[in-house]
Design a protein around this ligand. Structure first.
Ligand code: NAI
Length: 587
């Protein structure tokens, strides 16, 4: 009998597992949950212990063995890694399919490793997790393949940062086996003796579930949905009734290493444990169920934002006044109507709004149209814009005012009522639109640059006021060919500067997945970078007590002006804190 090396890449599965809340609770009881963590045991607001994922392996392991033609007498479940994409719902149907990805040869006497990777989807359409199983085939080594890459898990020398004690009951395997692994070794005394054990042994996967509970308890208490990755190596058998300890070392933000030891002998039962945790990163950015307002969405960048949001499930208010490039004229319903028609032709939902952002009433009506049509507002992209360029001395006050009214005041007029709705619902995404001209300066655009930089100031405060309500406020500085930039951008680049190459950043910043607030990103032609107010480390002049002459500054001018080692502060308090402490630090 030899391994079937041609099995690599051939599909295994799909296998389906139909489960109800009772299966979820049964698994939880099997891995020691009880009244102390009722969330896992009570169908009301039931939460699933993520290691439940491993129960999908029971159907796959026999298939894996058949496909690889492994010698069953030498088979051991060596390692198991699970990468979580979405929380596991408490009931439904799981569908799992995958393939063998590698065979490794550890030598004739040492055996072979078979690695298989599987994806599991839920009947709700979500991809839930990826499992990577390593099967140790003790009797199949020496087929001339390459050795497995060495896996070094860097456990620190220090004592564990956290220890969780547990005492699986002597009857634990009898409960755990009801979740699917009914191998006699865990229940039948005679069988266990034949296999060389004093009595039936614990399922390694049961101990694995204890460890998962322990890791959640210490690192993400009450939030099993935050488990992102669980990896380990099954090392030694354990008898039921023997107490265990899960040892945990916190390595980094969102990462810990772990082991399970036999509390009586100190022997390691499960080794090389890696646990990663944090907020889920959804693979696909979707806006299903979300309502978005995009101002100035009748053309240019706004139109593309609206279309892309709608394609991904958002219901969109397409606002556009339809005025001239400089904001003059009566306006027209055409641009907004056309974009709504485009969205509807693609099967999306949208309504048009023709109000000007430049007045309090207009801003109010724009938000009202979202509430009337769709009942809420989750996303606001402040995008409407005009230009009235003049050098400073020729800048008539009405041109200054008109540009500030649309860009800066416009963002205020629409954001304020939208912020109210978002605050009440505890969720919101606001995107402001600045410009490289505002961030860095542009000849002949004092009105526009002042307004655009004003928006960054608005963001800096809204990010703080929205923080508590999951309202994230960010700013984009786009570059794209449009009516606004037709005579500003170099003609050779016009074709290349597609608004579609800016939109991915706008969409990410207004998505649920967006992890940041208070950030400014440049976006153009598919090139992105972050811009920030950078503050240099500065210098202490004299002792901070005795008054000194301005000439004294000159002796340290370079150091005062140097941006090397600059940082971006989160808020003014942080910066003032540095000022107050400046003389306490060694220079
Ligand atoms: P665009 O002229 O193609 O689109 C702007 C839209 O805003 C127009 O459809 C216009 O009718 C609408 N609008 C103007 N005033 C309005 C008001 N009072 N109320 C409602 N709608 C109004 O311009 P583009 O290039 O798409 O610009 C979008 C935003 O991006 C603007 O804020 C602009 O300042 C900014 N931006 C654009 C850059 C680019 O390279 N295109 C560079 C930097 C910033």
């Amino acid at each position: 009998m030899a391994l079937d090396l041609s099995a690599i890449g051939k599909q295994i599965g799909p296998y389906t597992k139909d489960y109800t809340w009772k299966d979820t609770v049964l698994y939880a009881l099997g891995v020691g949950a009880g009244f102390s963590d009722l969330d896992y045991c009570y169908e009301k607001d039931l939460k699933v212990i993520p290691s439940f994922a491993i129960t999908t392996a029971y159907d796959l392991m026999p298939e894996l063995a058949t496909a690889s033609n492994i010698n069953l007498a030498g088979i051991l479940h060596g390692e198991h890694e699970i990468i979580f994409h979405n929380p596991i719902p408490p009931e439904g149907i799981l569908s799992t399919a995958g393939a063998i990805t590698h065979y490794y040869d550890k030598g004739k006497d040492k055996g072979a490793l078979i690695i298989a990777e599987f994806e599991t989807h839920h009947s709700n359409g979500d991809k839930l997790f990826t499992s990577i199983a390593t099967v140790f085939a003790r009797l199949d080594g020496g087929f001339g393949g390459e050795d497995a890459p060495k896996k070094q898990i860097p456990f620190p020398e220090r004592e564990p940062d956290m220890v969780v004690d547990a005492e699986p009951s002597e009857d634990q395997p009898l409960i755990f086996r009801l979740s699917g692994d009914i191998f006699q070794l865990h229940v039948d005394r005679e069988f266990a003796k034949m296999a060389g054990f004093e009595q039936p042994i614990m399922h390694g996967l049961c101990t694995h579930g204890y460890a998962c509970r322990a890791l959640i308890e210490k690192l993400v208490p009450g939030e099993p949905q935050k488990v992102r990755r669980l990896d380990c190596r099954f090392k030694r058998p354990l008898y039921p009734g023997v107490p265990i300890k899960t040892l945990i070392w916190q390595i980094d933000d969102g990462q810990a290493l772990w082991r399970v030891v036999n509390a009586e002998s100190g022997e390691v039962v499960i080794d090389n444990g890696v646990f990663e945790y944090g907020d889920p990163v959804k693979e696909e950015i979707r806006f299903d169920g979300r309502v978005a307002i995009v101002t100035g969405a009748g053309a240019g960048l706004g139109r593309v934002y609206a279309l892309e949001l709608a394609k991904r499930g958002a219901r969109v208010v397409v606002n556009d006044l339809g005025g001239a490039r400089d904001g003059s004229g009566q306006g027209s319903k055409n641009p907004a109507d056309q974009v709504v028609a485009e969205i509807q032709a693609l099967g999306g939902e949208a309504v048009a709004n023709y109000d000007s952002v430049a007045s309090v009433e207009g801003g109010g009506r724009i938000v009202k149209s979202a509430l009337e049509a769709f009942g809420t507002v989750d996303i606001l992209i402040n995008n409407a814009g005009i230009l009235r360029d003049k050098t400073f001395l020729k800048m008539a006050p009405q041109n200054w005012q008109a540009v500030l009214d649309v860009h800066l005041n416009g963002a205020f007029h629409v954001s304020r009522p939208a912020f109210g709705v978002m605050k009440q619902k505890g969720y919101g995404r606001i995107l402001l639109t600045t410009s490289a001209a505002g961030l860095y300066g542009n000849f002949g655009q004092s009105n526009y640059t002042a307004a655009k930089m004003g928006l960054v100031g608005l963001m800096n405060t809204l990010k703080l006021e929205g923080e508590k309500y999951d309202i994230k406020v960010n700013t984009i500085a786009p570059v794209a060919a449009s009516r606004l930039t037709a005579d500003i951008l170099p003609p050779d680049f016009i074709d290349k500067l597609k608004p579609e190459l800016v939109a991915p950043m706008a969409l990410y910043l207004v998505s649920e997945q967006c992890p940041v607030s208070g950030r400014v990103y440049n976006a153009g032609m598919g090139y992105f970078n972050r811009a920030a107010i950078a503050t240099g480390p500065g210098a202490q002049v004299r002792d901070g007590e005795n008054i000194f002459a301005p000439e004294q500054l000159l002796t340290q001018w370079e150091q005062i002006s140097d941006l090397k080692g600059a940082k971006a502060y989160w808020n003014a308090t942080e910066q003032i804190g540095d000022v107050l402490q400046a003389f306490e630090k060694p220079e």
